[in-house]
Design a protein around this ligand. Structure first.
Ligand SMILES: Nc1nc2c(ncn2[C@@H]2O[C@H](COP(=O)(O)OP(=O)(O)OP(=O)(O)O)[C@@H](O)[C@H]2O)c(=O)[nH]1
Ligand SMILES: [Zn+2]
Length: 234
């Protein structure tokens, strides 16, 4: 998801970094979420920010137990937010057409996701169920899970993540329908703030036949085990 900023903008950002003492480390222009051009800070800047947060929490970043923490946090951010460096639609481009006319629902359920809420930057842990109705071609099933993973490894709100997963599958595979349901617990609600452990947020995005045909939608919900009394009410 990297792109080039206009030369003057890129140069201005680079100069700003050098003024901060990051000589020799090139500023990497990125487009976060494909929406807003920004400039990626250096690792040294990221580590300095973590040191500031440790002090904000009330501790001493120079004590032995914390001295390597900024470096660890920067490394772990590369993993936790790796979704900014990947294009989910690219993952779906390889498809298979020898399916003997198979045109029933393809469903991947209980895909575990670990994301972070964009308001508090704390974990969202849950699962995603993805179904689609193929239109002559199918995609390798691991790719559906990979698409969910890419969007999860960004700062998110659940509604947006749900829509993004469905929209990407819809755009590339052009199936007859896509259904995505996400069930997740938000630690910003369970471990802080309103403190309501055990609460699960459920979101869904139904496209094509899953939206227009209630039988198709019901079949999907049945397959993911959510037609029970007190289910999603969808
Ligand atoms: N709709 C939606 N809200 C979310 C999601 N993740 C977190 N939130 C909510 O985002 C809201 C942010 O509210 P604010 O009032 O700006 O922040 P706050 O003062 O920290 O709110 P509290 O969490 O109530 O303490 C909270 O109500 C969170 O529960 C999400 O995925 N979707
Ligand atoms: Zn939150």
């Amino acid at each position: 998801m990297t792109t080039n900023l206009p030369a003057d903008t890129a140069e201005a950002s680079l100069c700003a970094f050098r003024a901060d003492g990051e000589e020799g480390i090139p500023a990497t222009p990125v487009v976060a979420d494909g929406l807003w051009p920004t400039t990626k800070p250096s690792r040294a800047e990221a580590e300095a920010a973590v040191r500031t947060l440790i002090r904000w929490a009330g501790d001493d970043p120079n004590r032995e137990g914390l001295i390597d923490t900024p470096a660890r946090v920067a490394r772990s951010y590369e993993e936790l937010f790796s979704g900014y460096g990947a294009d989910p639609e690219d993952l779906l481009r390889r498809t298979f057409e020898e399916v003997e006319g198979y045109d029933e629902v393809v469903l991947l359920r209980d895909i575990r996701i670990e994301s972070h809420c964009e308001h508090h930057m704390v974990p969202i842990i849950g699962k995603v169920h993805i179904g689609y109705l193929p239109n002559r071609r199918v995609v390798g099933i691991s790719k559906l899970a990979r698409v969910a993973e890419v969007y999860a490894k960004r700062l998110q709100i659940q509604e947006k993540m749900t829509a993004q997963i469905a929209n990407a599958i819809n755009a590339v595979l052009e199936p007859r329908g896509v259904a995505v349901v996400v069930e997740a617990a938000h630690q910003c609600m369970t471990t802080r703030g309103v403190h309501k452990p055990g609460v699960t947020m459920v979101t869904s995005r139904m496209l094509g036949a899953f939206r227009t045909n209630s039988d198709t939608r019901r079949e999907f919900l049945h397959l993911i085990g959510q037609t029970r009394e007190g289910g999603f009410g969808l």
